[in-house]
Design a protein around this ligand. Structure first.
Ligand code: ASP
Length: 437
């Protein structure tokens, strides 16, 4: 049994967190390959080391020294508090020289994980493997999955236990490149694929994915099992815990991801799987939503028999560089839901374009719309889910502006007025989770 274990920044923010991490790793023999993030916030107003590194790298001479000291002190404090016999002085000197020599923003940011990896490897007594030697990007800066998988799996086949820092790798010209922010999740997934892990554990500071946003629903239930497809729907609509790109490497190999909480290791967290026969506890798996959409609704008599109508409508949006989210349509109407901020920039061009392209009878614009996605693999086999959603919304006096059911029957998207966004989410949560209907 092999587990790849990734720890986020808050799990490695100080010595106390390092101790929890070591306890977790030592609790299971299978936890052999460890992927750390850079130290995160120790308290809410604190800075993440990654942010300090970006700032330091781009700071003027006068601030540079002070910022560098602040970064060094973050590591030295951890080393001291853990009582380690380790000095990063040489690494700090190299880093300083490379900053002055303008080795790049990505290089700068990557030092957060690099240095943390050295400290963690020392503390655990595990081998340290620099991600620059095993994670590769191509000339265009895209992640090179084949090269990485080959070299990384070969390298790890001879190493029993190792720490591989997250977030970065190297380019063909040996410069350092990072993934986008939160990218250590991706490294964990890549390592899990390379060693054909049985499980990819991703340890963070929450006990898994929540059924709804805790800023709207106090203490929401935790999702115990979610499929990759459900997760994708929820993440797209704004639920974040895991970097979206972290799914692909493990999904290819059918390796499940387990989201766990470093501060509550007894919680089982959320399992993310390809497919499951397990019913979700509730009819729905999760609710997520986003504000800031506009609906442009085009009406024209006999629209449904006009060949190419939809294409001509969408062409206008395409030509203005706007991608659409949903296209609900009726017999003589067609709506296009787009992001409001994008639409506002191009409003008049789009309206003129629509008049020119399809000569509509009328165009109605509704702004300040919020979209809510109700996601659940259970919806397919449960009758009346939509009915329950809409009666709950009616009871809560929420006016539904748009409905769209994905063709996979995995989600129902509902458009409501911005002011009714929270009330709508509460109503849906209550009916499915609180009342367990
Ligand atoms: N340290 C990086 C960031 O703050 C990467 C990560 O934590 O995953 O984005």
């Amino acid at each position: 049994m092999i587990k790849v274990v990734k720890f986020g920044g808050s799990s490695l923010a100080n010595a106390e967190q390092f101790r929890k991490v070591a306890d977790i790793i030592r609790a299971e023999e299978a936890r052999r390959y460890i992927v750390p993030s850079a130290p995160g916030k120790r308290f809410s107003e604190d800075s993440k080391v990654t942010d300090l590194l970006y700032e330091c790298y781009s700071s003027k001479k006068a601030d540079f020294g002070r910022k560098l000291e602040e970064i060094k002190e973050r590591y030295n404090e951890i080393i001291r508090d853990l009582g380690l016999d380790l000095s990063l002085e040489k690494e700090f000197q190299t880093m300083e020289a490379c900053f002055i020599g303008k080795a790049g923003r990505d290089y700068a940011a990557s030092r957060g994980e690099y240095l943390n990896g050295i400290v963690l490897a020392n503390y655990l007594g595990y081998e340290f493997i620099d991600a620059a030697e095993v994670i590769f990007f191509d000339e265009q800066g895209n992640f090179d999955a084949d090269k990485t998988n080959k070299i990384l799996s070969e390298r790890l086949s001879t190493v029993e236990r190792a720490v591989i820092p997250g977030f970065y790798g190297s380019m063909p010209n040996d410069t350092i490149k990072t993934f986008s922010r939160g990218g250590s999740d991706i490294t964990g997934s890549i390592v899990a694929r390379a060693v054909s892990a049985d499980l990819y554990e991703n340890w963070t500071d929450v006990s898994g994915f929540l059924v709804a946003d805790p800023r709207i629903i106090p203490n929401p239930a935790v999702i115990t099992t979610i499929t990759y497809r459900e997760l994708r729907e929820l993440s797209y609509m704004g639920a974040t815990v895991l970097h979206e790109d972290a799914i692909f490497p493990v999904r290819k190999e059918g390796i499940p991801i387990n989201i766990r909480n470093t501060n509550a290791p007894e919680d089982m967290g959320t399992m993310i799987v390809e497919s499951t026969s397990k019913k979700s506890e509730y009819t729905i798996t999760g609710i997520a939503g986003k504000r800031g959409f506009t609906s442009v609704s085009i009406e024209k008599d006999m629209m449904n028999s006009e060949l190419g109508f939809g294409r001509k409508v969408l062409e206008v949006f395409e030509k203005n560089g706007i991608s659409f989210e949903h296209v609900p349509s009726g017999i003589d109407t067609m709506g296009v839901i787009i992001q409001q901020s994008e639409f506002e920039k191009k409003e008049q061009e789009i309206l003129a374009g629509l008049h020119r392209n399809v000569q509509p009878d009328s165009i109605e614009i509704i702004s300040d719309m919020a979209l809510i996605a109700v996601v659940g693999r259970g919806m397919k086999s449960n009758r009346g889910t939509a009915g329950r959603i809409f009666s709950a919304l009616a009871h809560a006096r929420v006016n539904v502006k748009m409905i769209d059911q994905g063709s996979s029957e995995l989600n129902i998207i509902i458009g409501v007025n911005d002011e009714e966004f929270e009330a709508a989410i509460k109503a849906i949560y209550d009916i499915f989770v609180t009342a367990k209907l």
